[in-house]
Design a protein around this ligand. Structure first.
Ligand code: ZN
Length: 339
């Protein structure tokens, strides 16, 4: 079968397309004929090998959709032919955390496309419990575009305890995760300040729920204070990390929270300890998402309450080009590869 794999860590050109042996499903697995695969920041971090390392070669691709074409001996129900999308988080499914839908707290936490091979391929083998029925209202491209970003955004907003009427500052607003956070925060009833470098995207970000769009420059904390009556925001939604962290922290109100769910620009930042204790700030880490977050966003997507935005659809063969575009930071929403 045809697949794109990471053979060595490096630039986008290090992605190589080639022929791979057809995967065989284990007893608890299904085999999926992939139709579409979403491109995520996580794929780029994995390809670079600077933040996360996994045994290589690895076929990336955490978000994908397709049809089930074979099942393992323990898989019950008639699932052949089912349209599915991938639940991105691997977990045991049986521990106290998994039973509560908090799969991201499971001791056996992993991610499709990192821990096991993912969806940049014609066929992929995944645990049956990770193959989630794709609602009939959603096409394959949409089905490959929201599992990771929307569920992660929902998980981060839940961790950050965002409530109606609060101000939230969303960093990296034009990317898949930021765009999802704007839509979900708007649904919660929060007031959203979106932070985005490219002014040509401001209208689209307001259309999806941002009240105001500002730039990630040194004036950002002052701008945020002016917009919030001198108080600051109750929650900063951070995943850009190094490049914006200090300014995000400086934008918080007293008793404000910063939720960190990614490290796109690097893993180190300066922390103003005086601000942390005098303003009683909370810094909350958030890894991945739980099944309850995924269930919530699938329902919202099927109902049309959130509308995942796909800016570009490319064939799998152009995976390197897709990575270049995502790395440029200028893509609005998602890029999806068709297989
Ligand atoms: Zn578990």
């Amino acid at each position: 079968m045809k697949a794109v794999s990471i053979e060595t860590y490096g630039a986008a050109e290090s992605l190589s397309i080639g022929d791979f042996a057809m995967p065989n499903p284990g007893p608890d697995d299904v085999l999926v004929r992939v139709r579409a695969a979403g491109v995520n920041r996580l794929d780029i971090l994995l390809r670079e090998g600077r933040v996360f390392q996994v045994p290589l070669p690895r076929i990336p691709g955490t978000d994908f959709s397709g049809d089930i074409v074979a099942v393992g001996s323990n898989v019950t129900g008639n699932r052949i032919g089912e349209r599915i999308f991938a639940a991105p988080i691997l977990s045991c499914g049986e521990c106290q955390h998994c039973r509560r839908g908090d799969d991201n707290l499971c001791a056996n936490f992993g991610t499709i496309g990192s821990t096991i091979d993912g969806g940049y391929a014609e066929y992929v083998r995944i645990p049956a419990r990770n193959a989630v029925p794709l609602p009939e209202q959603l096409d394959f491209v949409t089905g490959a575009s929201f599992g990771l970003t929307y569920a992660t955004a929902a998980s981060m907003l839940r961790r950050g305890r965002l409530a109606a009427g609060e101000w939230v500052l969303v960093l990296g607003a034009n990317g898949g995760l930021g765009y999802a956070a704007i839509e979900l925060a708007h649904l919660i009833g929060a007031r959203v300040i979106a932070v985005n470098r490219d002014a040509s995207r401001d209208g689209a970000l307001r259309d999806c729920g941002a009240d105001v769009v500002i730039r990630p420059d040194a004036q950002m904390p002052g701008t945020v204070l002016a917009l919030t009556g001198g108080r600051g925001v109750q929650l900063a939604f951070e995943h850009v990390a190094s490049a914006t962290f200090a300014h995000s922290l400086a934008s918080l109100a007293t008793d404000g929270r910063l939720v960190l769910g990614g490290v796109t620009t690097g893993i180190e930042a300066t922390l103003d300890l005086k601000a942390v204790f005098t303003k009683r700030l909370e810094i909350l880490g958030a890894r991945g998402s739980g099944r309850k977050d995924l269930d919530q966003v699938v329902r919202l997507a099927a109902e049309g309450q959130v509308r995942p935005l796909v800016q570009q659809v490319l064939p799998l063969e152009q995976a390197a080009q897709a990575h270049h575009w995502l790395e440029s930071g200028r893509v609005l929403g998602k890029i999806v590869l068709t297989v």
